[in-house]
Design a protein around this ligand. Structure first.
Ligand code: SF4
Length: 331
C-alpha cells in the first residue's frame, strides 16, 4: 500500500460572525469546514466535488495553512502542520503548491513568464543564479510550452497557456502535493481536456499527490483515483472513482451524477432535481445536513448527523438509508 503523504483528522475551519460597530457582538459561527478526515497517498489523485459554497476552497486553504484551523489537525509527511512553528509551516509550504481557477488573476500581469517562474527558485535558493534560465526552460517544456516564450507577459497567452504557466510555477519547487482548485472551470471545453491530460501526466511522471477540486463530477472522474463528495462543510461520500461513479450511495452524489449531461439515455438514468438552495453554514439544519433537500429523508434523518460509515469496498457514505435507496440506473 502506498505511503500516506497528507492526512486530515477531524479538521474544522469556523468563522465567527459579529455585528455592532462600537460593541462587537458574536451572533453566530459559519462552519465552512466541519469535521473533515481523509488521507491522500503519494502519487494518488483525490477528486473533491461539491456545489459552490460547500467549503472546498476553504478546505484547500486550511490544508496549506493559509487559514487557521479551529480544530483537528493536518499532517504532511508525518508532521503535524497545525502544531508547527511559523518556520516549520513555511518549510512545509515548499512541498505543497496550489493551482488556482483563474490563471489570469493568479499571474502577475507585470511579470514575464521568466520572472514568474524564476521567483520561487530565487526566494527558496533552489539553484545557483546562473542555472535559473535553464530551470525555467525545463519547467516550460514540462508543461508543453516552448521556452522561447519566456520573455512574454501573461496577456500574450491564451487561457490554456496561462494555466500551463500557473502549473509550471506550482511545479518550480518540485512539490510533493499539488492542490488544484477548479483548474479547468475558467477554460474553454476544448482546452479543459488538454489541461486534465497534462495534470494526469505530471502526476505519473513526478509521483505527485494531487487534490483536484471541482464542482463537476464529470471532470473529476477522468483524473481521480478516489472521489470525495462534500456538502455543507462535511464529506458525505468517499470511495474509489469507480465505486462512487457506478455505485453512488449518498442521495446528494446521485443527484450530482444525474446532472452530468449525456448524449443518449440508454443507461436509463433518471434526472434528480434537488429542490431549494443549500442551507446556510451559519444555520445548518439539525441531523443530516442534506435532509431539507433529500427526496429520501425520513424522521430519523433529523435526529443526528450521520457519520461516514462503510458502504461497500473502499467506499464510505454518511447516509442512514444508503442500503434502502433504489439503484440510480433504474427509473
Ligand atoms: Fe437523505 Fe436521510 Fe440519507 Fe440524509 S441520512 S441523505 S436525509 S436519506
Amino acid at each position: 500500500m502506498a505511503e500516506t503523504l497528507l492526512e486530515l483528522r477531524d479538521v474544522r475551519t469556523h468563522f465567527p460572525v459579529e455585528t455592532g460597530f462600537v460593541r462587537r457582538r458574536h451572533v453566530g459561527t459559519v462552519k465552512a469546514v466541519d469535521g473533515v478526515s481523509f488521507a491522500l497517498a503519494r502519487g494518488e489523485v483525490l477528486g473533491l466535488v461539491g456545489e459552490s459554497g460547500c467549503g472546498k476552497s476553504t478546505l484547500a486553504r486550511t490544508i496549506l495553512q493559509l487559514l487557521p484551523t479551529t480544530g483537528g489537525s493536518v499532517w504532511l509527511g508525518g508532521k503535524n502542520l497545525t502544531a508547527g512553528t511559523a518556520d516549520e509551516v513555511k518549510l512545509a509550504r515548499r512541498h505543497m503548491q496550489m493551482v488556482f481557477q483563474d490563471p489570469f488573476a493568479s499571474l502577475n500581469p507585470r511579470m514575464t513568464v521568466f520572472d514568474t517562474l524564476a521567483e520561487p527558485l530565487r526566494v527558496h535558493d533552489v539553484c545557483p543564479p546562473l542555472e535559473i534560465p535553464g530551470r525555467v526552460a525545463q519547467l516550460m517544456e514540462r508543461v508543453g510550452l516552448s521556452a522561447r516564450f519566456m520573455r512574454k507577459y501573461p496577456h500574450e497567452f491564451s487561457g490554456g497557456q496561462r494555466q500551463r504557466i500557473a502549473i509550471a510555477r506550482a511545479l518550480a519547487l518540485e512539490p510533493q502535493l499539488v492542490i488544484a482548485d477548479e483548474p479547468v472551470s475558467a477554460l474553454d471545453v476544448s482546452i479543459q481536456a488538454q489541461i486534465l491530460n497534462l495534470l494526469a501526466q505530471l502526476v505519473r511522471d513526478m509521483n505527485l499527490s494531487l487534490l483536484f477540486i471541482a464542482h463537476d463530477l464529470s471532470v473529476v472522474k477522468h483524473v481521480s483515483d478516489r472521489v470525495a463528495v462534500m456538502y455543507l462543510g462535511k464529506i458525505v461520500e468517499l470511495g474509489t472513482a469507480t465505486e462512487v461513479m457506478e455505485r453512488p450511495r449518498h442521495p446528494y452524489t446521485r443527484a450530482l451524477i444525474s446532472a452530468i449531461p449525456t448524449v443518449h439515455t440508454v443507461d436509463g438514468r433518471t434526472r434528480i432535481v434537488l429542490g431549494g438552495d443549500p442551507p446556510s453554514p451559519l444555520d445548518p439544519p439539525p441531523g443530516c445536513p442534506f435532509h431539507p433537500r433529500c427526496p429520501y429523508a425520513v424522521e430519523k434523518c433529523k435526529a443526528a448527523v450521520p457519520p461516514l460509515l462503510p458502504a461497500g469496498p473502499e467506499h464510505t457514505a454518511a447516509c442512514v438509508r444508503w442500503d434502502e435507496i433504489p439503484s440510480p440506473h433504474v427509473s
